[in-house]
Design a protein around this ligand. Structure first.
Ligand SMILES: Nc1ncnc2c1ncn2[C@@H]1O[C@H](COP(=O)(O)OP(=O)(O)OP(=O)(O)O)[C@@H](O)[C@H]1O
Ligand SMILES: [Mg+2]
Length: 231
């Protein structure tokens, strides 16, 4: 079943055409990765998909709530971990407190954070903050979870920790769209990969197809990436 669709989405900031007609679909249970050079419009695409940004034109169809996990966690600094998880479900979704607290505790346990309920974000490591942020997104019962470079603010060890959490979610068939610069991770976890370049989808397909693409920009991008890796 199709959970999400974008049709010919365009977005400009002043003279800068950032999204030049993006169309994509996401199927239930699918993991879709979005890769591409800096400035190609990946974050803008996710921000449009999650209604943080309004497209200039085009159409978005979705069934149910969409969640977003940010690169810099974006936790509320003045809220405890528990309140970070439960505030929106109670105040915005108007759900019953007891039910939301029960779900929040389950999610924290799943993230290995059962002892951090009362902690504040500043008392947590980056990896722990990102796990709270994933739990917070899940506590809204989203149909799709979008991730914007969820590990780029983390050191390699904590990166592994978060990638493991995302892999576990994939194993549970949670539908996810992940903007990432972790190419091996994208290869391994994705059902489908999109390569964005200058505001358009330049290559799209299975990881095998995309990572062996003859597209010149894609090859240049992967080449730079491999160079970066060997530094
Ligand atoms: N609110 C905004 N106002 C003006 N320009 C913006 C705004 N948001 C993004 N841009 C510009 O749009 C372009 C695409 O930005 P975007 O953040 O979507 O790229 P990205 O692919 O996510 O890059 P990165 O890999 O560095 O995160 C950039 O040139 C950026 O400066
Ligand atoms: Mg970005």
């Amino acid at each position: 079943m199709q959970l999400f669709e974008m049709k010919d989405i365009k977005k400009s900031f002043g003279d800068l055409d950032v999204l030049k007609g993006i169309s994509l679909t996401v199927e239930e249970g699918e993991v879709l990765s979005i890769i591409g050079p800096s400035g190609s419009g990946k974050s803008t695409l996710l921000r449009c998909a999650t209604h943080l940004e309004t497209p200039d034109s085009g159409e978005i169809k979705q069934s149910g709530e969409v969640g977003l996990v940010f690169q810099n966690f974006n936790l509320f600094p003045h809220f405890s971990v528990m309140k970070n998880l439960t505030d929106a479900p109670i105040r915005v979704q108007k759900r019953k407190k007891e039910e939301v607290f029960r779900q929040a505790r389950e999610l924290l346990k799943k993230m290995g954070l059962e002892d951090k309920e009362k902690a504040y974000p500043y008392q947590l490591s980056g990896g722990q903050q990102q796990r709270v942020s994933i739990a917070r997104a899940l506590c809204m019962n989203p149909k799709i979870l979008f991730f914007d470079e969820p590990t780029s603010a983390l050191d390699p060890e904590l990166t592994g920790e978060i990638l493991k959490v995302i892999k576990d979610l994939a194993a549970e068939h949670i539908t996810m769209v992940i903007v990432t610069h972790e190419m091996n991770f994208a290869k391994e976890i994705s059902d489908r990969v999109i390569f964005m370049d200058q505001g358009v989808i330049a290559v799209e397909g299975t990881p095998e197809v995309v990572f062996s693409s003859e597209n010149a920009r894609m090859k240049e991008f992967l080449g730079k990436f491999h160079q970066g890796m060997s530094d």
